[in-house]
Design a protein around this ligand. Structure first.
Ligand code: UTP
Length: 634
């Protein structure tokens, strides 16, 4: 299994993580908040189950410094390494914590690439801790969500001599920026919406700073401020910080880079005026200020500020555009700094998807005795013959979906998927493939990286299958596709159309398409009010599963037509709450749980429909299967 964990950069809100922790003692302290993003540099590894816990490296970057590590999985031995000065203290700390709290065996980690500079304020230690936590989670199916992985990484690092903050593990969220909130020892995380690309540059000032000293000086101002100077520190890291974070989130959402850059400069001014006096020796930071005030730098950036614990450690700027970003990085390098660029790209609100594929596929019997319904092959638009599920997953990959959860029927299915998406072909078979197919193999692995699996132990219908993904969704909106339908469009990928449409309303969304009156009895049918002149957006007022022809005629006609589900949905956490209630309130333990009822319950608070520019191709029954094969021939 391959794993990548990036380093992280704190854009705003440094120091507020530990400051927020002091709320445990003084309730008047304002909770902390910080905006943090993964960067492009990180740690790449392959991991596999083993009896012992070992680490080796084939990374070119580590060639000259590396020595292998090997330990038993006994917690005493691991804890001993964790509390020593060993290079492997971090990984041993996490492994010891996992071994004590979960039923796991050992693991062999091979570092395959290390592009993250160490000891430069980018949390390389937190990244390796998250990597180990994630590897155990995925190999031993611990079902931890991202916050669970972060907590274990934090606890593991606490077992070493290093002291990390709570925001360091934000690298667990990958490349996209998040806002983390620190209230006592509780953390909460919210993903941020970025409207336009932001061209960031950050650099190591290659000067000296003493983080331990800074932290010790600032911590003296907590939990109770003794004088005006200490009150100012609490105000800056509390109320003032909250205001800055709120404004930063709003500017990112509207794509206002000019105001965001100005806010960086403003945040630094507040820090200099209110926090720096508490640690003058370290926070006066002459080199940082020399570059913040440099006229050339000012002309090509919207603003800049310090990084991490501040002081003369690292510096960051928001460049005016892509060209300025390159010029600025080169200028900093010429002046003795070590710079990195980071382009924060717009992301969709929806970044996760679900496909339930646990059904028996009875209507395709006897083929489904041998082959799962979603494994049936079809010719894709590139001319390759692919299992249906691969066509669906490629479309999600193309729409930039980051994580995909497949609901499977049993462990055998999981093995099937793991073999397909995560294991290489035998050497002899690979040799016969063309260069283009070797590239396609890479794509299969990239998709495999995004996959998560959940087993639906009881087959209680579509709504029940969807509900199994509740923890995977972690309170985010998710895209849902049927596992027995393909989608095509002459213009834009249907899933991408869904993601864009959801952002306009942030309400649950159902894709629909017109059907003939005879077909209503087979599908979920909606009706409501058109919201635009081109008749693509519907405010849904009724949603009935497989209505009779009479009911449909009376209640579901819209501008002379019937509209039924197309097979793509965006579900919000509210839908999962309703599904949970429906499952709990169902008296018969074997009764099927539908999704239609749960979505219909959202009508009062807003349920939207959309007619996509595309077609759906059912493959779930013999007649539809024949049609789809014909339609997809190119
Ligand atoms: P269907 O309603 O077509 O059910 O599922 P099915 O069991 O696959 O097919 P038949 O009716 O026996 O022929 C729609 C999608 O939901 C999944 C299916 O795998 C399919 O992708 N599903 C359905 C589940 O994952 N679990 C369920 O309990 C039911």
């Amino acid at each position: 299994m391959n794993i990548f964990v990036p380093g992280r950069l704190c854009l705003f809100g440094e120091h507020s993580d530990w400051a927020g922790l002091h709320r445990m003692i003084n309730a008047d302290i304002v909770p902390g908040a910080a905006i943090v993003t993964g960067i492009e540099q990180g740690i790449y590894a392959t991991v596999e189950k083993a009896d012992r816990f070992s680490m080796q490296s084939i990374a070119a970057e580590l060639k000259n410094t590396w020595t292998d590590f090997d330990s038993s999985m006994q917690t005493k031995e691991l804890r001993g390494v964790a509390s020593s000065d060993s290079y492997f203290a971090y990984v041993a700390g996490v492994a010891s914590y996992i071994k004590e709290h979960y039923n796991v065996g050992g693991m062999k980690i091979t570092i395959t690439g290390m592009t993250l500079p160490m000891k430069s304020g980018l949390s390389s230690s937190a990244a390796i801790c998250v990597l180990v936590a994630r590897a155990f989670n995925q190999l031993y199916e611990l079902n931890l969500n991202t916050i669970g992985e972060m907590n274990i990484a934090f606890k593991g690092e606490q077992r070493t001599k290093s002291r990390c903050g709570r925001l360091d593990q934000a690298c667990a969220f990958g490349g996209s920026p998040v806002c983390m909130y620190f209230d006592g020892d509780e953390i909460a995380v919210e993903r941020l919406v970025i409207k336009k690309p932001l061209y960031w540059v950050f650099a190591n000032l290659n000067a000296a700073k003493d983080t331990i000293r800074i932290l010790s000086d600032l911590n003296k101002c907590y939990p109770f401020a003794a004088d005006e100077k200490e009150k100012k520190v609490q105000e800056a890291l509390g109320v003032k910080n909250q205001e800055i974070i709120e404004r930063a989130i709003a500017y990112m959402k509207t794509g206002d880079a000019v105001s965001l850059g100005k806010l960086m400069t403003e945040a630094q001014e507040i820090f200099d005026a209110m926090v720096a006096p508490a640690s003058p020796g370290e926070l006066t930071a002459p080199k940082l200020h020399q570059f913040l005030n440099d006229e050339k730098v000012k002309s090509i950036s919207y603003g800049g500020k310090g990084v991490g614990s501040q002081g003369d450690g690292s510096i960051q700027f928001l460049a005016k555009d892509e060209v300025s970003q390159k010029t600025l990085a080169a200028y900093l390098d010429q002046n003795g700094l070590t710079s990195y660029t980071l382009t924060i790209k717009p992301k969709h609100r929806v970044r996760k998807a679900i496909i339930p594929v646990a059904g028996f596929g009875t209507r395709l019997y006897p083929a489904t005795r041998f082959l799962k319904k979603e494994m049936m092959p079809f010719v894709d638009k590139d001319g390759l013959l692919k299992p249906a599920i691969l066509i669906l997953l490629e479309q999600l990959h193309e729409a930039d979906i980051e994580e995909i959860c497949l609901v499977l029927g049993d462990e055998k299915d999981r093995e099937l998927y793991e073999n397909f998406f995560q294991k290489s072909l035998p050497e002899k078979h690979l040799e016969k493939l063309s260069a283009a197919m070797h590239n396609y193999e890479e794509k299969i692995f990239e998709i495999g990286q995004k996959l998560r699996f959940i087993i639906q132990h009881e087959r209680r219908g579509f709504g029940h299958a969807v509900y199994q993904c509740r923890d995977f969704c972690e309170h985010e909106p998710v895209l849902l596709l049927l596992g027995d339908t393909l989608y095509s469009s002459e213009t834009k990928n249907c899933s991408l159309q869904m993601l864009e449409a959801y952002e306009q309303s942030e309400r649950p969304l159902i894709a629909v398409h017109p059907i003939s009156p005879e077909e209503v009895i087979h599908y979920g049918v909606v009706s409501g009010t058109w919201e635009d002149e081109t008749r693509t957006k519907i405010k849904i007022e009724k949603f009935i599963e497989k209505p009779s022809v009479e009911t449909a005629k009376k209640e579901l006609v819209m501008t002379g037509r019937y509209y039924s589900v197309f097979g793509q949905y965006v579900l919000t956490p509210e839908v999962f709450n309703i599904l949970e209630n429906n499952i709990q309130n169902e008296e018969h333990e074997t009764a099927e749980i539908g999704l239609t009822e749960a979505l219909a319950a959202c009508i009062g608070s807003g349920l939207n429909g959309i007619v996509l520019d595309g077609k759906m191709h059912d493959i779930g029954n013999v007649k539809a299967y024949k049609e789809t094969v014909k339609e997809l021939i190119i």
